[in-house]
Design a protein around this ligand. Sequence first.
Ligand code: PLP
Length: 407
Amino acid sequence: MNRPAAPSHPVMSTAFLKDQIVPLLNQKQRYLDAVKAHGTPLYLVVSDVLTERAQRFQSVFQAHLPKTRFYYAMKSNSLPDISRILVSRGWGLDVSSGLELATALDLGAEDIIFSGPGKTMAELELAAAHPDRVTLLLDSTGECRRLMALLGKKQQPLCAGIRINCQPEGLWQKFGIMPEQLLPLYRAIQAHPFLKCTGLQFHSSWNLNPDRQIDTICSLGRLLRDMPANFLNSCRFLDIGGGYWPEKGEWLVSEDPLRHYHLPSVPLETFAQKIYTALKKHILPLTDLCICFEPGRWICNDAMHIIVQVTDKKMPDMAITDAGTNAVGWERFETDYFPVLNLTRPGLTEQPCRILGSLCTPHDVWGYACFGEQIQEGDILMIPFQGAYTYSLRQTFIKPLPQVVVI
Ligand SMILES: *Cc1c(COP(=O)(O)O)cnc(C)c1O
């Protein structure tokens, strides 16, 4: 997950950073109340932020497209409360394993898509046992063969989509089938009494702008033009995956604790406008599909914060907190920048101070600076915007994990 910071990256402006922090500080009493009630450390889920993000995502794309479906990519934050809130708002769930599928079924989700490479027989069986709720996204010809044998044995129908690889470079080759495999795979499915092909999927990760999605839509258009009419008629959906970066962009640390890099991302409206234009040009004239979405990061990133307490101030510029980065599961803050906010002594000035966790490893870093007045023992600190790819990657390592509180 780590990306090395390059000195050529644009520097984050102080005004931009303050704009990100002020709304959080305005809400600080809510966060401190949660600490009062539950102690520290905490994963603090802010449910109204989650539902606002989900609502906005839907409405931005629905402004262009009449037929849409939205699936939350559970792996981006696997906390069941997050999926439960989204399901209650009419969202489907996008799962990537039998474990996630079982959670989605337990939550009562009625519209689940299951994608991912190397599905085991047990995972295929679980999907096949719920044909009314699960659409399986086939990842390979071999997987299709195993699924057909299973459905034949059980005399059970299932709808499946086919994942098309859209990044044929290096290790990204492991996802989906190559375009030239689509026609033979479709023919094999057509000859099967129980498996039905009802759609196509692609997913590309980590997009600060829609260029890659647009390129994929364009080449998919070329591929579909040569497919038989009965294939196009049987396809009901095109799932265009997730990978939308939040508009605040990517934030990275530099050598200087008070200087941060900022790789801007385009607003979701731009993604929607450009993706719609490409679909209208290359795909929708061929077949009238429901467009499906699988966002993860964009939905959950801002909806969870981590709250810790300073247990030891060992030097004027070094504080140790009561939680370690096992709470996020990787050495995130060695490369990614997030502000550390002192909720006890708040302020809009950032001061250099190493904010470290309590694990027995020097890689246990929350940040190299802190917003607020001089940090003291007992202070409550918040690391905001930790909703995506942290909770799901948390590790039971040395220290207990933070408690989850949903507000
Ligand atoms: C990870 C993943 C997503 C979500 O990606 P984000 O970058 O979090 O939006 C969606 N679909 C599939 C198939 C994935 O593997």
